[in-house]
Design a protein around this ligand. Structure first.
Ligand code: CAA
Length: 255
C-alpha cells in the first residue's frame, strides 16, 4: 500500500499522507515516498501549487517513535534522515499545508516546511519531543521560533504545551483557520488561487520571502530587487500587465 496518495487536479496537486493505523507517523519509508513524490511534482511544470495534507483526524503525529527507538545516533547520522527535510524546504513549487487534527513533532515541522498552513479549527499543534527525551530535529526549534517568537516557542517545546488552531493563528503559525469539514477544500481553494498567478512570479516571490529568514535586510532587499527584474523579464509579466490594461484574465505560460 502506498503511504502517500497523489491526485492531480488541473494546475494543482494534492498529496495526502496515508498511514492511518499509525496516525501518519513519518516512518523512513513514508518520508522516502513523500520526498520523491514532491520532487517529481516539483519537476512538472504543469503543477503550479501543491497541497500537502493528512486526514481529518490527523495531519501527522510526528516521527515514527517505534522506529526511532530502534535507531542509533550513528545510524541516524549515516542515513542522513534529517537532511531529507532540506529537500522539502527547497522545493520551488508553492506548498500549502492542509492541517486537520493532530499536527505534532515532525508533523508540525512538516507543516512548517510548507509555505503556508491552512488549519481546520480542530487542528492541534505541538512539539512533544522533550517528553521523549529528544528534541525537535527537523527544524522545529528554528522554524517555530521564527514563526511565533521565543517565549511561546520555548513554552511549546519545553513544556509540551499544545496550541489550538485559534492560538496558532493568533501567534502567526498558521495563515487561515477554517471549519472542520472545510480543511481540505479550503486548502485546495487557496492552492488554485496561487496556481492562477504568474508561475515565475510565485516562485520568485516564495524565494524572496524565504530569504527574509536567511539574510540581512539590506541583502534581502537587494535579492528582492533582482528577483523583481527577473520577473519583469518574463513573458508572464508582459502578459499580466497587458491583460490588466485590456481588462481580461491573463493567460500565464510560466515563461
Ligand atoms: N509514531 C509511531 N506510532 C504512533 C505515533 C508516532 N509518532 N503516534 C501514534 N502512533 C500510533 C500509536 O502507537 C497507536 O498504534 P496502535 O494502535 O498500534 O497502538 C496508533 O498510532 C493510534 O495512536 P493512539 O492510540 O495513541 O491515539 P490517541 O488518539 O489516543 O492519541 C496522540 C493520539 C495524542 C497523537 C498520540 O498518539 C501521541 O501522543 N503520539 C505521539 C506524538 C509524539 O510524541 N510525536 C513526536 C514524535 S518524535 C518526533 O517527531 C521527532 C522529530 O522531530 C524528528
Amino acid at each position: 500500500m502506498s503511504l502517500v496518495s497523489v491526485e492531480r487536479n488541473g494546475a494543482i496537486a494534492v498529496v495526502l499522507l496515508n498511514r492511518p493505523d499509525a496516525l501518519n507517523a513519518l516512518s523512513d519509508k513514508l518520508m522516502d515516498e513523500l520526498v520523491s513524490t514532491l520532487e517529481d511534482l516539483d519537476r512538472d511544470e504543469e503543477v503550479r501549487c501543491i497541497v500537502l495534507g493528512g486526514s481529518e483526524r490527523v495531519f501527522a503525529a510526528g516521527a515514527d517513535i517505534g522506529e526511532l527507538a530502534q535507531t542509533s545516533a550513528i545510524e541516524l547520522y549515516y542515513q542522513r534522515r534529517v537532511e531529507r527535510w532540506d529537500a522539502i524546504r527547497g522545493l520551488w513549487t508553492p506548498l500549502v499545508a492542509a492541517v486537520s487534527g493532530y499536527c505534532l513533532g515532525g508533523g508540525c515541522e512538516l507543516a512548517m516546511a510548507c509555505d503556508l498552513i491552512v488549519a481546520s479549527e480542530s487542528a492541534v499543534f505541538g512539539q512533544p519531543e522533550t517528553g521523549l527525551g529528544i528534541i525537535p530535529g527537523a527544524g522545529g526549534t528554528q522554524l517555530l521560533t521564527r514563526a511565533v517568537g521565543k517565549p511561546l516557542a520555548m513554552d511549546v517545546i519545553l513544556s509540551g504545551r499544545r496550541l489550538s488552531a485559534r492560538e496558532a493563528l493568533a501567534a502567526g503559525l498558521v495563515a487561515r483557520v477554517v471549519a472542520r469539514e472545510a480543511w481540505l477544500e479550503e486548502a485546495k481553494r487557496v492552492a488554485r488561487e496561487i496556481a492562477e498567478k504568474g508561475p515565475v512570479a510565485t516562485r520568485l516571490a516564495k524565494e524572496s520571502v524565504d530569504r527574509a529568514f536567511e539574510t540581512t535586510l539590506a541583502a534581502g532587499l537587494e535579492a528582492e530587487r533582482r528577483a523583481l527584474y527577473l520577473a519583469f523579464a518574463s513573458e508572464d509579466a508582459k502578459e499580466g500587465l497587458t491583460a490588466f490594461t485590456e481588462k481580461r484574465k491573463p493567460d500565464f505560460k510560466g515563461r
